[in-house]
Ligand binder design. Structure first.
Ligand code: HEM
Length: 146
């Protein structure tokens, strides 16, 4: 996707500016682990592409469960083999991040030939897709009441 790196720069800037967010990328010594940040950034870029272009089929659904686990104590830190001081992302932080992840995308959507009407449609589709993703990722946190 042409604007992926620009989008990731904005989001990583946001995470870096908020101590409670960047704390989840801490290594064993409690300081942000640059290798962990870089490895996750790669998968984050893939996620942007998938959200926009993939068919939301059973394989996609199974991967949403996996992303949920990677924010949850059952899966965080395992993919990159890190020994982080943060063992999970609190559910309240996961859901609240929908707001900046949505609001910051608008500027990127207007960086195109799209009409104002098309930008609105893409913005709404993005908001729905991010919300759906986080709803699915919350399943491991809500196992009993799902
Ligand atoms: C709308 C909310 C969020 C979105 C869209 C999002 C997106 C992602 C994506 C796409 C990945 C990589 C998944 C993969 O491995 O394929 C990831 C991993 C990660 N995210 Fe999030 N995230 C959100 C909320 C948060 C919040 C609030 C935090 C921090 C407080 C956070 C911290 C992390 C960490 C530390 C990882 C790496 C987990 C691991 O594999 O060890 N995320 N996130």
């Amino acid at each position: 996707m042409p604007q992926t790196e620009g989008i990731l720069d904005v989001w990583y800037g946001f995470v870096g500016a908020n101590p409670h967010l960047v704390a989840t990328f801490a290594g064993a010594d409690g300081a942000p682990d640059p290798h962990y940040l870089a490895a996750v950034r790669q998968r984050f870029g893939q996620w942007i592409d998938d959200v926009c272009n993939r068919t939301y089929d059973q394989t996609w659904l199974a991967y949403q469960e996996e992303i949920g686990r990677r924010h949850h104590p059952t899966g965080k830190n395992t993919t990159d083999g890190v020994t982080s001081t943060a063992t999970y992302i609190p559910l309240r932080h996961l859901t609240a991040l929908i707001v900046p992840i949505t609001m910051t995308i608008r500027g990127f959507l207007t960086n195109s030939e799209a009409s104002a009407e098309e930008v609105d449609a893409m913005y709404h589709a993005w908001f729905k897709a991010v919300t759906l993703s986080v709803v699915l990722w919350s399943r491991p946190y809500n196992d009993e009441l799902w």
